[in-house]
Design a protein around this ligand. Structure first.
Ligand code: S3P
Length: 168
């Protein structure tokens, strides 16, 4: 059992969910995927939440969930890509665990999100240029939030999970 939480952060399509599932499998740690947990609790999809109640509402429930998870320890948390935007969220994560940034190039990200319709912020923005733009706005926040960075380009989830597991 780990004495802290592990938070996987990174842009949409950086591989947080698949790496976290793989890491949970090899480590036996309990895993929580924040987006999946929000969908489960709300009983509706993320595009639905954004469309009906707006991004601000989504961010509010995201922070509430993070606060709840931080009270525990030994949890592997796969975060939503925008969790790092809030200073409150960044503080919660740093105080309760290790924050691992999965970095990926815009090209890698595009190849992973191309077919996906479940990310409202990428609707109509599926070009390398669009992703590069949003990514460059986000990078300063990932940098503020991280305690460690792992590059994911050209690696599969098993390789990335092993790299993380051998050094926590
Ligand atoms: C978001 C990322 C998504 C999800 C929501 C907002 C973001 O999570 O939380 O669509 O602001 O980057 P993933 O990174 O798991 O796709």
């Amino acid at each position: 059992m780990i004495e802290k939480n592990i938070y996987l952060i990174g842009f949409m399509g950086a591989g947080k969910s698949s790496v976290s599932q793989e890491l949970a499998r090899i480590s036996g740690w309990r895993e929580v995927d924040m987006d999946a947990e929000i969908v489960r609790r709300e009983g509706r999809t993320i595009p639905d939440i954004f469309a009906r109640d707006g991004e601000a509402y989504f961010r509010k429930i995201e922070t509430e969930l993070l606060e709840e998870l931080a009270e525990d320890k030994g949890i592997l948390v796969s975060c939503g890509g925008g969790v790092i935007l809030s200073e409150v969220n960044r503080d919660i994560m740093k105080k309760s665990g290790e924050v691992i940034f999965l970095s990926a190039s815009p090209e890698t990200i595009l190849s992973r999100v191309k077919q996906d319709e479940n990310r409202p912020l990428l609707k109509g923005k599926k070009t390398v240029k669009d992703i590069q733009e949003l990514l460059s706005q986000r990078i300063p926040y990932y940098e503020k939030a991280l305690t460690r960075c792992v590059t994911t380009d050209g690696k599969n989830p098993t390789e990335i999970a092993k790299e993380i597991f051998t050094s926590v």
